[in-house]
Design a protein around this ligand. Structure first.
Ligand SMILES: Nc1ncnc2c1ncn2[C@@H]1O[C@H](COP(=O)(O)OP(=O)(O)OP(=O)(O)O)[C@@H](O)[C@H]1O
Ligand SMILES: [Mg+2]
Length: 267
């Protein structure tokens, strides 16, 4: 498992991760959500050993992130594929780096490029979404036990996003542990077994279905004319509506509502 205990990280005295703890087991998908600048990328970079924590500890199956590189596949947020290679060559080179023999490396590269439906041409000529898919294929090349994906679906069209979701779910079912960040609540809801809301600290975390079922007990009544919103428990809804002297709309609260509540509207 990936385990982070009380992790702190500051840049020039500004605290970016404050006492963050979490875990990712094999066979589950964990999503981090939070506003821009909330510290997700900083946290991920510590998980894959690119940054050292100031305090606290991160381990992957008991090893330090640096020593676990061999079985952690990574797609950083702002990385670009290596220009001058074709998509399949990019994946192939990554396979060689991971110590896979040439013939197997080629077979694996072709298989992944096909599976992710990437055009096999020079990566600098690919669209943003296809570049991202090349990076994902490259991270998957040695079938790593864990995957760390920082906003893997940003820039993907709906079809590609859905395909990647299915791919990730398939990997999870094979027992891989997946840690990802996203700005898409529906993505977290669809994919993740557990969710962490991060804005410097962990504001809220839990199993996705628990967060959802807690929420479904609450409704939001919106005053159609003024836009005012009222949070109402399910048991109190009939009485509340009976007393309403305005035109209303009743909404079931979604993860998006919790997000707004815990992270704030300013994001
Ligand atoms: N190398 C660095 N030096 C100084 N400050 C940094 C550095 N990296 C990140 N920061 C700062 O740390 C804070 C958190 O940034 P981070 O990239 O971790 O957030 P994020 O949650 O990934 O945001 P986004 O959703 O936009 O990707 C920001 O205020 C950022 O400016
Ligand atoms: Mg980020």
């Amino acid at each position: 498992m990936i385990r982070a205990e009380n992790v702190w990280k500051s840049f020039k005295g500004k605290v970016v991760n404050e006492g963050v703890s979490f875990e990712v087991y094999e066979g589950e998908i964990v999503a981090f959500l939070g506003p821009n600048g909330g510290g997700k990328t900083t946290l991920m970079r510590q998980v894959y050993g690119e940054l050292r924590s100031d305090r606290g500890e991160i381990s992957v199956d008991g090893l330090s992130p640096y020593h676990a590189l061999e079985f952690v596949g990574v797609v950083p947020q702002d990385v670009r594929p290596i220009d001058g290679l074709k998509a399949s060559e990019h994946v192939y080179v990554n396979a060689l780096i991971r110590g896979i023999p040439r013939d197997r490396a080629w077979a694996r590269a072709r298989e992944l490029i096909r599976k992710l439906d990437v055009e096999d041409k020079a990566v600098d000529k690919l669209s943003v979404g296809n570049k991202r898919k090349v990076l994902i294929a490259s991270a998957l090349v040695n079938d790593p036990r864990y995957l760390v994906l920082d906003e893997p679906t940003t820039g993907l069209d709906p079809k590609s996003r859905r395909e990647l979701w299915d791919l990730l779910i398939g990997l999870k079912e094979k027992g891989r542990g997946i840690l990802l960040t996203t700005h898409y609540l529906e993505e977290a809801e669809y994919l993740a077994d557990r969710i962490y809301f991060l804005n410097r600290k962990v504001l809220l975390s839990g199993k996705t279905w628990e967060l959802r079922s807690k929420l479904s007990l609450k409704y939001e009544v919106v005053n159609i004319r003024t836009g005012e919103r009222y949070k109402v428990e399910r048991s109190e809804l009939p009485q509340f509506l009976y007393r309403c002297d305005f035109d209303y709309e009743v909404r079931v609260r979604s993860l998006e509502d919790v997000y707004r509540e815990v992270v704030g509207n300013g994001s």
